[in-house]
Structure formats: C-alpha cells, structure tokens
Design a binder for this molecule. Structure first.
Ligand code: HEM
Length: 72
C-alpha cells in the first residue's frame, strides 16, 4: 500500500515503460536528433530531466511498497 493505493505489477510495468520511453526521448533530444528552436530546446531538456527524476523516485517508492519493504 502506498498512500492507500495497492500497487499492482501492471502499474509498475506501465510506469517503468513510460520512464523508459521518456529516457529515449531525453537522449535523442540531448543528441539533437529531436530539436526545438532556441531556448525552448534547453527548457524542454531540463523539464523532461525533472519529470524523469521525480518519476524515478516515485517508481522506486512504488516498487518498494509492492515488495512490502515499506508501507503496510
Ligand atoms: C546522450 C544523452 C544526452 C546528451 C548528448 C545530452 C546533451 C546535453 C547538452 C548538450 C546540454 C547543454 C544544453 C544544450 O545545449 O541543450 C545538456 C543539458 C542538460 N541535460 Fe542533457 N543530454 C543527454 C541526456 C540527458 C539525460 C538522460 C538527462 C537527465 C535525465 C539530462 C539532463 C540535462 C540537464 C538537467 C541539463 C541542463 C544543465 C544546465 O542547466 O546547464 N541530459 N544535455
């Protein structure tokens, strides 16, 4: 249980896959295979980096709850 929600394998697979796809986008953007004009490029790169970091922390916490290491 995490915040009153029972974590299922589907949630972890869905969240993990979304993070993986977002990481591919981040790397392609970093390599400038995907481009945005001007300041937008760094703004998007930084924004996605922040979403990835927050998402990874949440994914890890949810996985620990699923394994019964944290939560009740
Ligand atoms: C092959 C992968 C990557 C390349 C080649 C790359 C390239 C770059 C480059 C060239 C910059 C400088 C700003 C710009 O010109 O756009 C930058 C900034 C940055 N990158 Fe990446 N990046 C990659 C992957 C990532 C990943 C995976 C993350 C985090 C999840 C990340 C987070 C950031 C952040 C936060 C900055 C801003 C740094 C600052 O404020 O000066 N990058 N990246």
């Amino acid at each position: 249980m995490l915040l009153g929600v029972t974590i299922t394998p589907a949630m972890l697979i869905g969240g993990g896959s979304a993070l993986l796809v977002l990481s591919f986008f981040q790397v392609l953007q970093g390599l400038r295979k995907i481009r945005f004009k001007g300041r937008m490029h760094l703004t998007v790169h930084k924004g996605v980096a922040f979403v990835l970091l927050a998402g990874m922390c949440f994914h890890g916490t949810a996985a620990l709850a699923y394994l019964g290491i944290i939560g009740g």
